[in-house]
Design a protein around this ligand. Structure first.
Ligand code: NAD
Length: 495
């Protein structure tokens, strides 16, 4: 149950200025720069934060390097690292609602989802990796006689983590928790429009006993702070969630510097495929709508292309439109809200441009397509369903990252597979069918890192998340995530 009085008290509460966290200290930007933080809830400034540049990033990298090299964290017994991480999780949990409200004011996600998907998800993630870290064993290889082949798993060193504005705590924790659990030091760069909660949990990490320099946070522009991290020869691994455009740059930066490993979690144009034999079409309507419209479509795995078998297309779209019209869009701090604010005015305007282009091309806007509650100053958009979309349309090929659903009919399973696989992306998908063989066939044929069957958007920390094609490489979540943060070292010992 959400504590409504607490939410009301926090809604306009003053927020302490957010600083960088470098070498265990809260510090101002080296040149003193700050920026106002604008809330998408009402378009007004509500906080300030340090606005870093290259010098701040370099100071953070130097702190992380020293912390790693002197073993103050990497050299601790695993049980000690585990105790600190579990304490960190506990402190975040104690502040969960405050963190959720701060996050909502910062990025506009509806509070119910924000609480679960942000601080509480981060708590679960940190606990998962804390519990796992002292259960990682090396190997003895089945070598020829007369030698002993040992395979050690060692932390990689300094991890640069660059994260986006949707779900900063959830995605941040997906990187931080396994990286720190494995013994690495980290320099984290939050997104420009969603730094506040990550700065706060880094402060809590210090309170939990994480040694100085092990987790550093520098807020600021991608083009300066992010670039400095990505170009640094002292950063051993770069982990990133964000757009393909930036991901491409990071690969270039790695090539131009120390060829650091780069793991990318990028966008998607995920197909949600509904066959006429779906077990429960009403459920499919509701879940499909939530799969694209919650958090105003700003979800990497959003089911943004709806592929519907032609025989049920019109009825399904009609029900979907009715459902979408009942979704409460607006104040994200109201627990009744189903879809909160779009993160920024830029993002809202970009999303509206997609709609205008589709309209101009003669596609049908079945519902939505416009800004809402402009009088509040906030950035709200009506859930939007567009039919008549062709698989080649920009709307069917490019990620919108807003509450816009492109609907495409299909006649056969083969056609559905061809359309589903016909983009550069391969992040998520769903198949709705009662036919078990078809469900498994589709899972095998769809090129995506995550395929749902008869649901959309579900998963938990026990399963990996990662894309194929231009949706990225490497995986967050599950024990597989450790692979990014641990190197294998072989010892070949002649006996
Ligand atoms: P973005 O690429 O613009 O920014 C992401 C981060 O990269 C930010 O911190 C930004 O400051 C930084 N950055 C930007 N330019 C940089 C540069 N030149 N060098 C270094 N860093 C730089 O993405 P966004 O708009 O914040 O996030 C939305 C995107 O993230 C969408 O494409 C979405 O699909 C994707 N996303 C993917 C996942 C996933 O798990 N696959 C999850 C959430 C979001």
């Amino acid at each position: 149950m959400l504590d409504l009085d607490r939410i009301a008290a926090l809604r306009h509460a003053p927020v302490p200025p957010a600083r960088h966290i470098i070498d265990g200290k809260r510090c101002a930007a080296s040149d003193g720069a700050t920026v106002d933080v604008i809330s998408p809830v009402d378009g007004l400034p509500f906080a300030t934060m340090a606005w870093g540049d290259k010098a701040d990033a370099e100071a953070a990298i130097a702190a992380a390097r020293s912390a790693f090299d002197d073993g103050r964290w990497s050299g601790l017994p695993p049980a000690r690292r585990k105790a600190v991480l579990l304490k960190w999780a506990e402190l975040i949990e104690q502040e969960a609602l405050d963190l959720a409200v701060l996050g909502v004011r910062n990025n506009g996600t509806e509070i119910g989802m924000a609480l679960k998907a942000e601080p509480l998800s981060a708590v679960a993630t940190i606990r998962y990796y804390a519990e796992a870290l002292d259960k990682l064993y090396g190997e003895i290889a089945p070598t020829e006689p007369g030698v002993l082949g040992l395979v050690h798993r060692e932390p990689v060193g300094v991890v640069g983590a660059i994260v986006p504005w949707n779900f900063p705590l959830m995605i941040g924790a997906w990187k931080l928790a396994p990286a720190l659990a494995a013994g690495n030091s980290v320099v984290l760069k939050p997104a420009e429009t969603a730094s506040l909660t990550l700065v706060r949990i880094a402060e809590l990490a210090l309170d939990a006993g994480l040694p100085p320099g092990v987790l550093n946070v520098v807020s600021g522009p991608g083009a300066t702070v992010g670039e400095a991290i990505a170009l640094s020869n002292e950063v051993d691994v770069l982990v990133f969630t964000g757009s393909g455009r930036t991901g491409r740059r990071l690969l270039e930066y790695a090539a131009r510097s120390n060829m650091k490993r780069v793991y990318l979690e990028l966008g998607g144009k995920s197909p949600n495929i509904v066959f006429a034999d779906a077990p429960d079409l009403k459920e499919a309507v509701k879940v499909s709508a939530n799969g694209i419209f919650r958090n105003s479509g700003q979800v990497c795995i959003a089911g943004s292309r709806l592929l519907v078998e032609r025989s049920i297309h019109d009825a399904f779209v009609a029900e979907l439109a009715t459902f979408a019209q009942t979704m409460a869009v607006g104040d994200p701090l109201d627990p009744a809200t189903a879809a909160g604010a779009v993160n920024s005015l830029t993002q809202l305007e970009q999303t509206l441009r997609f709609v205008e282009e589709a309209r101009a091309a003669g596609r049908r806007i079945v519902t939505g397509g416009h800004r809402m509650h402009e009088e509040t100053g906030g950035y709200y958009m009506a859930p939007t369903i567009i039919t008549g979309v062709t698989p080649e349309d920009r709307l069917a090929q490019e990620e919108v990252f807003g509450p816009v659903l492109a609907v495409i009919p299909f006649d056969t399973e083969d056609e559905a597979v061809a359309i589903a696989n016909g983009t550069d992306y391969g992040l998520a998908a769903a198949v709705w069918t009662s036919n078990l063989s078809r469900a498994h066939r589709m899972v095998q044929r769809i090129r995506a890192g995550l395929v749902h069957v008869n649901t959309y958007g579900g998963s938990d920390g026990t399963v990996p998340l990662g894309g194929v094609k231009q949706s990225g490489n490497g995986h967050d979540k599950s024990l597989h995530a450790f692979d990014k943060y641990l190197d294998l070292k072989t010892a070949w010992i002649k006996l």
